[in-house]
Design a protein around this ligand. Structure first.
Ligand SMILES: [Zn+2]
Length: 146
């Protein structure tokens, strides 16, 4: 996929111009977004700032630097949302641009042993009102700025 056709490159561009409502913060290598799926409150998607299809196309040093930012976001989620567990996923099956899902899992989880992807869309999406989504973004921004 060329970057001109890539939905994550488009999302990065929207974040740069202030036109993406789910944008949380820019770290050195990734832009952090709150996922549209807030059935698991605090779920974040970290998008590599450049269009790279395969994590393994990057040097090991770069991959480690990215993971440092993944770990920072996980720490921010844990400090503000207190999940039982965090799932870390770098898939690329749907959009081939390196990105990480950092997914908090809670006690009321429909199936704590399963990955979230098998759950119905309405469970993933959740019912969080817009104010609660905004509040989550503010909480994460604050945790990441420390
Ligand atoms: Zn891209």
């Amino acid at each position: 996929m060329h970057s001109a056709d890539c939905p994550l490159c488009k999302q990065l561009q929207q974040a740069r111009t202030g036109g993406h409502t789910m944008h949380v913060a820019d770290l050195r290598r990734v832009s952090v977004f709150l996922s549209e799926n807030q059935g698991f409150s605090g779920w974040c998607v970290l998008v590599l700032k450049e269009h790279v299809e395969h994590l393994s196309d990057l040097s090991l040093d770069e991959q480690m630097a990215i993971f440092r930012e993944v770990a920072m976001v996980a720490g921010a989620i844990r400090s503000r949302f207190a999940p039982v567990r965090i799932n870390y996923e770098c898939l690329g099956n749907v959009v081939p641009h390196v990105h990480w899902h950092v997914i908090p899992r809670y006690g009321m989880d429909p199936d704590a042993c399963a990955p979230v992807w098998g759950f119905p869309a309405e469970v993933l999406r959740g019912k969080a009102p817009a104010e609660s989504v905004k509040h989550s973004i503010v909480q994460l921004r604050s945790a990441l700025s420390k």
